[in-house]
Every structure is written in C-alpha cells, then in structure tokens.
Design a protein around this ligand. Structure first.
Ligand SMILES: [Mg+2]
Length: 191
C-alpha cells in the first residue's frame, strides 16, 4: 500500500525547537525578554510577537530549525520496516520556499542524514489531498487536523499523529507514537 507521511511534528519535533529558538531570538536579536505566556497556543503569542516579527524569525531561522529538528522516537525504525515490507513511502510536506531556499533538498537531506527510507518527497504542496490522490495514497499520517480533514474527505484513511495542540480533536484515528502507528497498520491492513 501507499503511505503518505507529513514531516514537521509527525516524524520530527519541529515545534519544540521553534519555541526554544524563538525564545533565544527574542532575547538575542530583538532585545526582548523571551517567552512571556507559556500557555499561549502558538509560539508567536507566547512571545507577544506580531506577524512581522514572526516572518523575520522564520526568514532568519526556519531553515536551521528544520535542518536540526530531532527525529521522533521509533519513526525511523517503523518507517523503514514498512518500506522493507513492500509499502510505498512518500513524504508530503507544506514546507514552503517562502522561508527556505530549497524545501525539497532540505527535506531530502534530513531524511537521508537520519537514514529514513522513502520512495518520493513532495514539498511546498498547494494541497496535500492532491498529492494523496495523484499518488494513490491509502493511508495518510499528519499532526494537523485541517490536513487530516481534507484528505479524509477525499475518502482516504488518515491517522492524526498527536502533537501539543491537537489533543481536543476526536474525528480521526489518533496515534501517539510510531510503534502504535505500526501496530495499527498491521492490524487494519494486514491482519
Ligand atoms: Mg505537521
């Protein structure tokens, strides 16, 4: 089967590093005092940043953050196992050329450096559902509710991968870890 997988906060912990780097950036570059509101939903709100500051931060640091984000526990092991078992693995990411010189190369380099096997990578996608349909994706895994909703509405199975912000979402199959993803796939499609 064809499995479509998101990058940020699905196979790597991007948001955690964004918060750490944004706190540093606020203090070192913007002369601020760092995170003020730890309970805010979004990192820019934690720092009291407007759109412009967020844009400046992304232009300066997003490439570095994405290149250095840590891989999630067991992501490599599970994805490579699924690959070795004959599944087609494709990565589908919204990463945009707006803040990153070459989103495709950045993503490819990260996956290669972490030893993750795949058949294809799509970045800067207009719509994730188009990539899923064009590539006959059977199952799509993403941490963002809106992407899961779009893809699910096209009749494609989805897994919502748990992140810090999506705990209230109840409409989709949810998995907290890559080991759970593997067990679910075995049971649902190969059981
Ligand atoms: Mg994501």
């Amino acid at each position: 089967m064809v499995i479509g997988i998101d990058m940020d906060d699905t196979i790597c912990s991007t948001n955690e590093l964004i918060i750490v780097e944004a706190d540093k950036y606020d203090k070192e570059v913007l002369g601020g005092t760092g995170v003020k509101d730890v309970k805010a939903y979004e990192f820019a709100d934690m720092l009291g940043w407007g759109k412009e500051m967020k844009g400046q931060f992304f232009s300066d640091r997003l490439e570095h953050i994405m290149a250095n984000a840590e891989i999630k526990e067991n992501a490599k092991e599970v994805i490579n196992k699924l690959y070795d078992e004959g599944n087609k693995i494709i990565f589908i990411s919204f990463r945009k050329a707006k803040y990153i010189k070459d989103p495709y190369m950045l993503t490819k380099t990260w996956l290669d450096n972490h030893g993750v096997k795949y058949h294809d990578i799509f970045t800067d996608t207009g719509s994730k559902v188009d990539e899923c349909v064009d590539n006959n994706v059977t199952l799509f895994i993403d941490d963002k509710e809106s992407h899961c909703e779009e893809v699910s509405n096209a009749g494609i199975d989805v897994i919502l991968f748990t992140n810090a912000y999506n705990s209230e979402e109840k409409r989709f199959v949810r998995k907290d870890t890559w080991t759970e993803v593997y067990d679910y796939i075995q049971e649902k499609y190969y059981g």
